[in-house]
Write a protein that binds this ligand. Structure first.
Ligand SMILES: [Zn+2]
Length: 292
């Protein structure tokens, strides 16, 4: 059975970009008679905005989304991440790193997603106190066939280097938490924004290291304005609840769907039924960004 998910960070209200991701992941799951789960990615507590989880769920509810199972919060799952990490530590797949951002910037090459950590602390055998935890990257190619963007291939060591599992402030890294939660929630297909496409090979690498099942991925284009990703940080307008149908139609247009039949539906229930039936992932634009 298809099990998909939508995993927002509760750092503010939903904007058009996050609504598009919700719509695409929901339609793909429901088109395959699957389940669709919601998870709050609230590990980075300093960035979390109080009550915005409620605001996000209200926006989803108002737009007629129906999620399956209870909503999980990553901040309640620290012990679970700790267990998986200690397993990696025992196998000596990890090490602690004391380098500052500046030290890394001075010696590192720039990779696909920021600096490639040069491995300075690999053999220092530092203890945990105040230090970030990194996983030892391997010189292997991770390839996957994206349901939208085609074949993606990256080398974990050469493109990313030893990446962080736990920050020096004690916060578990996104890459680690996502991989564990997706596995424990039995997620087998992820539809998300193309800004995360370069995280995927690291996540597949972690799945292998943690002996977790592999997942199918599809990365939809992300909405940009003035070439910048819409985000809560650049104050993108929150989704307006007075235009539910217009919002959803705008998402379908963005995703390349044939919305004209769907547009004629006069109730939200019928709208979704038709949109689910007509969903066609093959017409989603095979590009990483769309300027709106
Ligand atoms: Zn270091």
């Amino acid at each position: 059975m298809y099990i998909g998910r939508f995993a927002p960070s509760p750092t503010g209200p939903m904007h058009f970009g996050s609504l598009v991701t919700a719509v695409a992941s929901y339609l793909d799951a429901k088109h395959h008679d699957g389940l669709w789960k919601v998870r709050m990615e609230d590990l980075d507590q300093p960035r979390v905005v109080k009550q915005s989880d409620k605001t996000i769920l209200d926006t989803l509810h108002q737009h007629g989304f129906q999620w399956d199972d209870e909503i999980i919060y990553q901040s309640h799952r620290i012990d679970i991440y700790e267990n998986y990490v200690s397993n990696l530590n025992q196998k000596e797949n990890t090490y602690f790193c004391e380098c500052s951002r500046k030290e890394i910037a001075d010696s590192a090459m720039t990779g696909i997603d920021g600096m490639i950590y040069p491995g300075t602390c690999r053999d220092k055998k530092l203890d945990a106190q105040y230090h970030a935890l990194r996983i030892k990257a391997e010189d292997i190619c991770m390839a996957f066939e994206d349901k939208i963007q085609g074949v993606i291939q990256q080398n974990i060591l050469k493109d990313f280097g030893d990446f962080i599992l736990k920050r020096s402030d004690g916060i578990y890294a996104y890459q680690l938490a996502v991989v564990i939660d997706d596995a424990l929630q039995n997620i087998n297909t992820i539809i998300r924004g193309a800004d995360l496409i370069d995280s995927t090979s690291r996540q597949i690498f972690l799945q292998k290291k943690l002996s977790l099942p592999s997942i199918n991925y599809g990365h939809i284009p992300i909405a940009t304005f003035n070439q910048k990703k819409l985000s809560k940080e650049n104050q993108s307008t929150p989704v307006d609840h007075s235009n539910i149908k217009d919002n959803l139609i705008a998402c379908l247009k963005f995703l390349g769907q044939d919305y004209e039949v769907i547009e004629k539906e006069n109730t939200l229930t019928n709208f979704w039924a038709t949109a689910i039936q007509l969903w066609d992932i093959s017409v989603v634009p095979k590009i990483k960004t769309i300027e709106i």
